[in-house]
Ligand binder design. Structure first.
Ligand SMILES: C[S@@+](CC[C@H](N)C(=O)[O-])C[C@H]1O[C@@H](n2cnc3c(N)ncnc32)[C@H](O)[C@@H]1O
Length: 424
């Protein structure tokens, strides 16, 4: 799916629920190691296979073969899919045979896998130095980060390859952070407080098995994303617009912080339905909350003309800051996507700016670390809108792993805050 442009989340959602957990574990592992998979495929089959399915099948089989050899040399990390080499070759050949688009390549798949088994050391030596293999990202992505962050690019790529912690934000309308930590401790689940309402789990686990999920005590949200809503300093009675709201992480946070009149908007109706489900679980739906499935750029269809005190523009972006949580992104995106999202972001921002009340605030947020979607976008916005005055905000947050000072680490985000100057 990812090789032909479909996101992993979409592809997994289409599978029957009984195979989804194992398919997710395998595909996440594959995406976290796809640089090696494609590197081995390239060394052994120089010519690009005629279709994406065959390419993925050969790459995945080689990766799993290599994983099985390494597992014999060193205990693999928890969750690593380990199969015997014999079973792998058999299954790969059988899978090739099952699909009409690949069936005639059965002999090729068999030959490639057997050659890898015979010549493993030499094949690895020919493969290991390619940047895609070393850093496990697409080449254009590595080059873009090297250019933007000449000092930090290697650290950033390594952080993207790490497994992220499980971080939660407590719904302070429903309970207190201390009560949640205690409820977790009661079930021998270790966790640590961070930030204003955050909790990081000592060991990640399926969220629905944690106390308080159904009761809406908390939401899953990265530590960096938890900074967004507080920057807007909402107070009771304010008119608030969350313009790119789905799946509703920051919508819920805004509603937890104050008793506001909130419009949550998203262009994607299916994703908008998830906002409703999330707010329902958190007991945050009320007549003061309006949910609209429309585009921020088509204000005439949904805006009553009354300005908002606060606008959150959590813009669609390449998501280059959250790769550790979505390991397919780095393979899914194309270089040309950056230009396209920059243009869409500009259109959305310009439309939203006209809705901000004098003295009101707009927060430009993205989960990207490409400067075009961050500081460059904010600067060009300032130039287009002379009434926009920039206020203090974190700017570019680069992804960081948990450490003693920041037990939750955080993903990569960009935040720029503007206020509309009062008329003279
Ligand atoms: C980064 S996500 C938002 C995440 C969300 N704020 C949260 O915290 O859970 C960006 C969202 O923008 C939406 N979007 C894209 N184009 C849009 C448009 N023209 N108008 C409104 N929403 C749009 C996408 O469907 C996507 O759900």
């Amino acid at each position: 799916g990812v090789e032909s442009g479909q996101s992993l989340t979409e592809a997994l959602a289409e599978l029957p629920s009984n195979v989804r957990p194992s398919a997710q574990a395998l595909s996440f592992f594959a995406m976290r190691n796809w640089g090696l998979a494609m590197g081995l495929r390239h060394t052994l089959v120089e010519r690009e296979p005629p279709n994406a399915t065959l390419n993925a099948l050969v790459g995945l089989s080689l990766l799993l073969l290599e994983t099985s050899v390494r597992a014999g040399e060193q205990t693999p990390a928890a969750g690593t899919p380990v199969y015997t080499a014999h079973a792998l070759v058999d299954q790969a050949v059988e899978a090739t045979q099952l699909q009409r688009s690949t069936a005639s390549f059965k002999g090729l798949v068999n030959a490639v896998l057997r050659r890898f088994q015979r010549e493993r050391q030499a094949v690895l030596a020919d493969t290991a130095d390619a940047p895609e293999v070393r850093f496990n990202h697409a080449r254009w992505w590595i080059d873009a980060l090297r250019k933007a962050y000449p000092e930090q690019w290697e650290r950033l790529l390594d952080a993207a390859n790490a497994h992220p912690p499980l971080t939660l934000r407590v719904n302070v309308r429903a309970t207190s952070r201390e009560a949640v930590i205690q409820a977790f401790a009661h079930e021998q689940i270790g966790s640590t407080a961070f930030g204003e309402a955050g909790i990081v789990l000592d060991v990640p686990r399926p969220v629905t098995t944690l106390p308080g999920y159904a009761q809406g005590w908390w939401s899953v949200q990265d530590a960096g994303a938890q900074l967004a809503a507080p920057l807007l300093e909402v107070r009771d009675g304010m008119r608030v617009l969350d313009a790119c709201a789905a799946p509703g992480g920051k919508t819920a946070h805004l509603l937890e912080l104050a008793d506001v009149e909130l419009t949550a908007l998203d262009v994607d109706p299916a994703r908008m339905a998830r906002v409703e489900q999330n707010l329902e679980r958190l007991r945050l739906l009320s007549p003061k909350v309006r949910l609209v499935a429309e585009s921020a750029t088509r204000a005439h269809l949904w805006w009553d003309g009354k300005p908002f005190d606060v606008v959150l523009a959590d813009l669609p972006c390449t998501a280059s800051g959250i790769v550790s949580r979505h390991p397919d992104i780095r393979w899914l995106r194309r270089e040309s996507d950056v230009q396209q999202t920059v243009k869409l972001q500009r259109e959305i921002l310009d439309s939203l700016w006209s809705m901000v009340a004098p003295g009101g605030k707009l927060l430009l947020a993205t989960c990207s670390i490409f400067p075009q979607e961050g500081e460059m976008q904010a600067e060009s916005f300032s130039k287009r809108h002379v009434q926009a005055q920039r206020l203090p905000a974190p700017g570019q947050l680069l992804p960081s792993r948990p450490d003693a000072e920041h037990p939750a680490g955080h993903d990569g985000f960009f935040y720029a805050l503007f206020t509309r100057r009062m008329q003279a």
